[in-house]
Design a protein around this ligand. Sequence first.
Ligand code: PMP
Length: 443
Amino acid sequence: MTTRIPQVRNLVTELPGPRSAALAARRTAAVAAGVGSSVPVYAADADGGVIVDIDGNSLIDFGSGIAVTSVGASDPAVAAAVAGQAAHFTHTCFMVTPYESYVAVAERLNALTPGDHEKRTVLFNSGAEAVENAIKIARLATGRDAVVAFDHAYHGRTNLTMGLTAKSMPYKKNFGPFAPELYRMPASYPYRDPAGTDGKQAAADAIDRIEKQIGADSLAAIIIEPIQGEGGFIVPAPGFLPALAEWARINGVVFIADEVQTGFARTGDWFACDDEGVVPDLITMAKGIAGGMPLSAVTGRADLLDAVHPGGLGGTYGGNPVACAAALAALDVMEERQLARRAREIGERIVTRLRRVADETGIIGDLRGRGAMIAAELVHPGTTEPAPEYARAAAAAALAEGVVILTCGTYGNVIRLLPPLVIGDDLLDDGLEVLAAALANAL
Ligand code: PMP
């Protein structure tokens, strides 16, 4: 693979460098304090697995802008598609003067998503907007109100999606009141919940509560991330998702898979649901879909999407033509470069290296994930007690050496790795060595 920027880690200043430090001061005076940033350096360029900051430091990117730039942050085909479309029209509004690329993206998503039933697609801008609309569709199509989400869930920051999201700080606290008729059920978290290791039993427990607390005939939808992202890359025990989906099917409840973080080759398949052959009624997508351009989608059963009256779904920018052009190019790149297969290779390399760290340090209580979506849940050695301070220290130490690492988890104690799927082995290995040392020193 050829890249524009050399694929090496190279620090020419301490981090943050003087230019980033100066920008931080301007930012404090201009940007709302409520917007946080994981790293204190400002980007100038990015390509493959490298981000170059405004001081000339080359950092290894293990976050992909939260699972977005799977094809890289400046893939040439995506960049050409964006420029080509922008030179013709940047916007007409699909609800006013439609254009082909929106239809083409819908066709691609209908074909790629799990299940060979008849499907329809509607496009939006963000993950949260896709989730909101999936709930709207489910409620209208079923004529029911209640929605079930799960412990450790993350579905967004708008009012409805905050209500579906589990974690109070920083996402919900003092931002209420939240939308009504949202219910939370226990998830399958095999590491922390012994009952969660039996997927079928964990699903039966959740279903029992749903039937007692809500009643199937009041329930419009179950929404679940097939691997919980912000909650800590929690992979449910085998059998959990299929049992929930089957119960939903029998009871006329819309089963929504939120694949905003897991979608588009990230987990080694096109979608995380593919792993157990789960076929959702609706699937929400965003992040990796368009090589970094803002685009999201709801794809699913034609009878559900077509139940909505014309004009009931939409938005000024939804399915913007520049974003659609980028998506078509990014999907081609994923196919041509077989990035799903590459995601599996990346995952194996990460797990092999971090398993050694786990054995040597005892601070990795659970190493989990799938494909290039791998997490290390950090604990005090010999216990399962969460160690968020180790996660913070390891991420900071890795950054000081030029590796961008994100944390997550209900307990804030999870190191998560989401490298671009176009990262090369040398760069990946270099980043993993830095992370391994950072973890060893976190103790
Ligand atoms: N659902 C999931 C599973 C997510 O991971 C996210 C973003 N982290 C969202 C929804 C919300 O997406 P956005 O930030 O684009 O609104």
